[in-house]
Design a protein around this ligand. Sequence first.
Ligand code: ZN
Length: 153
Amino acid sequence: MALDDLYREVILDHYQHPRNRGRLEPSDVSVEGANPLCGDELAFFLRLRDGRVQDVRFDGRGCSISQASASMMTDAIKGKTLDEVRALVAQFKGMMRGQEPSSDLGDLVALQGVRKFPVRIKCATLAWVALEQGLDEHAAGRPASTATTETEP
Ligand code: ZN
């Protein structure tokens, strides 16, 4: 199987069987992103614990690339520390700009093929730009809209 076909299979698999789809309420980070050029919409919900992404869900609609990228991203960030997540965001955005990733990005490399279609790059990066914005807002102390005063058992 040619590499392009393999990548296409990975993207279609995530599009047709999205991982971590849904919502988390309450969540520590909730953020939405849109790519009007293509009609893509995404929303992310993260629950943090001890500086790590304990759980993550996404919801949205749009083209296969935007939804597959979101699905892959949720898989990739679950369990990671916020520093690791930010490093991954930088790696992914760098890859979409044509840089060689310095660490193993797993399934995410399937989205490299999108670079051949510049108009679709925003579809692939939408999830990552939104995630970064959500983390920035969280770091700035903005409470998530769904935050509650739930106490730990
Ligand atoms: Zn799109």
